[in-house]
Design a protein around this ligand. Structure first.
Ligand code: TYD
Length: 133
């Protein structure tokens, strides 16, 4: 079983271009309380490097591409993200590293909770001890 779920977002294609939308009656995995985005990401920059105790996230490559490496303490999985009509649903207690950002890429994140530093696990050994308990 996969660590995370790639979700097809509702998308309208027409001759003027594509439109993708996310609303809570279709996307039922969580109600998002916060949205943030990463952009102007320098070459070879790495993001993530943490897990969350409770937070769930949906990550969407709005532009360009990047790799998301996940680890749930038991298995690892890599997702290549390049399609803005698909979001990766990452549950709590999953370690994530985001790397290999292409030039000009934009990473959109919908989060189930407000920002709370106490929800972060930033030490990998602490994460492993917690999930293996
Ligand atoms: P962090 O979540 O570690 O970034 P990423 O996982 O994308 O690499 O956050 C980087 C910094 O920004 C950290 O000091 C916390 C701060 N921050 C906020 O203040 N609010 C937010 O909503 C987020 C996501 C981060």
């Amino acid at each position: 079983m996969s660590i995370a779920k790639l979700i097809d977002l509702q998308t309208i294609h027409d001759t003027r271009g594509n439109l993708t939308f996310i609303q809570n009656n279709y996307f039922k995995d969580f109600e998002f309380k916060r949205i943030y985005y990463l952009y102007d990401i320098p070459y070879k920059s790495e993001r993530g490097g943490h897990a969350h105790k409770n937070l769930k996230q949906l990550i969407i490559p709005l532009s360009g591409s990047f790799d998301i490496y996940l680890n749930n303490g038991f298995t690892e999985e890599k997702f290549f993200m390049s399609d803005p009509s698909k979001g990766l649903l990452i549950n709590n207690l999953v370690w994530r590293d985001i790397r290999n950002f292409s030039s000009g890429s934009v990473c959109l994140v919908l989060a189930s909770e407000l920002y709370n530093e106490n929800d972060y696990i930033r030490d990998f050994d602490e994460f492993i001890n917690l999930v293996k308990k």
